[in-house]
Design a protein around this ligand. Structure first.
Ligand code: AMP
Length: 125
C-alpha cells in the first residue's frame, strides 16, 4: 500500500505561501519555522519541501539529496537555536506519525524542543 498525502494540510499551505510562518532556516529541500503554540523556549518545526506524510514515508521514498538536506537542516537549526551539544544543553527531537503517534498535521515534521529541562520522554497514559 502506498502513502496518501493530502495537499490541503496546513504545512503544504505554508510551503505554497498561502499561510505565513516565522522562518528559522530555508534550504533547497527543507523549511524550518517556529511552532505557533510553543511548548518550550525553543520549539521549531522542520519539514521537507516534498510531499511526505511521515518519517517512514520520507526515509523510504525521498531522494538522497532530500534526505541529506533535511538531516543537515535539523542539525543547523539546533546550532542556530543554541541547543546543539557543541554549545547548548541539548534538545528533544520528536516526529509524530498517524493516530497512535497523535499526528495533527499530515506532512512530515520534526519538533525541535529545548531551552529548558523537558522531563521524561512520555507521560504515563
Ligand atoms: P503534530 O501534533 O506533531 O502534528 O504537531 C503539529 C504542530 O503544528 C503543533 O505543535 C502545532 O502547534 C503546530 N502548528 C499548527 N499550525 C501551525 C502553523 N500555522 N504554524 C506553525 N505551527 C503550527
Amino acid at each position: 500500500m502506498s502513502y496518501a498525502y493530502d495537499d490541503q494540510n496546513i504545512f503544504a499551505k505554508i510551503l505554497r505561501g498561502e499561510i505565513p510562518n516565522t522562518t528559522v532556516l530555508e534550504t533547497d529541500h527543507s523549511l524550518a519555522f517556529r511552532d505557533l503554540y510553543p511548548q518550550a523556549p525553543t520549539h521549531v518545526l522542520v519539514i521537507p519541501k516534498g510531499a511526505y506524510v511521515s518519517y517512514d514515508h520520507f526515509a523510504s521514498e525521498a531522494s538522497e539529496a532530500e534526505i541529506v538536506d533535511y538531516t543537515r537542516a535539523i542539525a543547523e537549526v539546533c546550532r542556530l537555536e543554541g541547543v546543539a551539544l557543541t554549545a547548548g544543553d541539548g534538545f528533544r527531537l520528536i516526529s509524530n506519525a498517524g493516530s497512535n503517534g497523535v499526528q495533527d498535521v499530515p506532512h512530515l515534521h520534526v519538533h525541535i524542543l529545548g531551552g529548558r529541562p523537558l522531563g521524561r520522554m512520555l507521560a504515563k497514559a
